[in-house]
Design a protein around this ligand. Structure first.
Ligand SMILES: [Zn+2]
Length: 341
């Protein structure tokens, strides 16, 4: 896979690097809502870390650890009075306002439920609804006061409340941008019995999964960029039968990528990556891809190769490997936006 051009220019890599390592550049107050409770999940006393080194594989690959790219800050009701807050991003998130969308007959509202001043990367915590333990007045998203006193004792049924988050920091803006993607993740060990006849790793570690969240958030961020979309749609592409994709075909492939749905992520050995041929959910990367995705442009080719497998393209198509095309000038790669690499 050497010498391939890549969708990752140096500039893009820098932008992504910023996404993951600059947590908050602003010191502005979080708006005018002085009714709102401020909560932190930033110590071992108020939160626990998911995917810590040595955590059991069963825990890390459990249903509880499913998350969506658009909701890496995942809020989930545990029961009618208690919720769980979990940060699936490999970076601290600051100044996030949690929005509760309540849909009960007579009370249909979106309120600012509480603010997270800071939640550590991969931290998970629990809290009682603020209206159960404290003040029952909240502001809705239009600035009107809403009194939830009627729920102080009963709480709110799990099925009648949903959550989102908002914030003005650069990081939150970037993370929220990914809500344009329908990508969901679950982690797997595809070789629990250490079968020597496959290329799945015998063991998966917490570090692999911490990196997996980063690699997919970055991938999503790239895919949604105008630069990626424009270049992808301008590319000369053909399928496994060497039929050239029309403009409509390419738009369809791009939209299918955005709408991909569930990814079941694992770890490979011997090969850079593995994927189930589309419409496929299984996607795995090797140690060096998980390790170097922010710093080596060549990892982008591998990732695009595997992702395009999940969309149904195999090795005859240039959506997986660059090809020399007769009558077309030079090699064509489906996965490139060659700028500075
Ligand atoms: Zn392949």
């Amino acid at each position: 896979m050497k010498n391939l051009t890549s969708i990752y220019s140096k500039k893009t890599i820098f932008v992504l690097f910023s996404l993951l390592f600059i947590t908050c550049g602003k010191e502005e107050p979080i708006g005018e809502n002085n009714l709102i409770l401020k909560v932190a999940f930033d110590t071992d006393k108020n939160s626990k870390i998911m995917f810590y080194d040595g955590e059991s594989e069963e825990e890390m690959t459990s249903e509880e650890r499913r998350y969506e790219i658009g909701k890496v800050l995942k809020i989930k009701p545990i029961d009618d009075t208690t919720i769980e807050v979990a940060n699936f991003a490999p970076v601290d998130i600051e100044d996030a306002t949690i929005i509760a969308i309540i849909d009960i007959e007579g009370v249909e509202t979106e309120i600012e439920l509480f603010t997270i001043t800071r939640i550590r990367a991969h931290a998970r915590g629990e809290l009682k609804y603020p209206f159960v333990e404290g003040n029952t007045e909240f502001l809705d998203v239009n600035g009107n006061t809403v009194d939830l006193a009627q729920f102080k004792t009963s709480g709110i049924p799990v099925k009648e409340i949903n959550f989102n988050y908002s914030g003005t920091s650069e990081l939150i803006t970037k993370l929220k941008n990914s809500q344009a993607l329908n990508w969901k993740f679950k982690y797997h060990n595809y070789d629990p019995n250490s079968n020597p006849d496959n290329n799945w790793a015998d063991e998966v570690t917490a570090k692999d999964f911490r990196r997996a969240s980063g690699i997919m958030i970055n991938f999503g961020y790239i895919v949604l960029s105008e630069e990626y979309k424009t270049t992808f749609l301008a590319e000369h592409l053909f399928d496994d039968n060497l039929n050239v994709l029309t403009e409509e075909d390419k738009e369809d492939v791009y939209q299918r990528l955005l709408a991909k749905g569930e990814f079941n992520l694992g770890k490979t050995v011997n090969v850079g990556g593995l994927a189930s041929l589309g419409p496929g959910r299984v996607l795995g990367f090797a140690e060096n891809i998980y390790r170097d995705y922010l710093v080596k442009a060549s990892t982008a080719d591998l990732k695009a190769h595997e992702m395009h497998h999940t969309l149904g393209f195999n090795h005859s198509s240039n959506l997986t490997y660059p090809k020399t095309v007769e009558g077309y000038d030079g090699k064509v790669s489906a996965v490139r936006v060659a700028i500075e690499v």
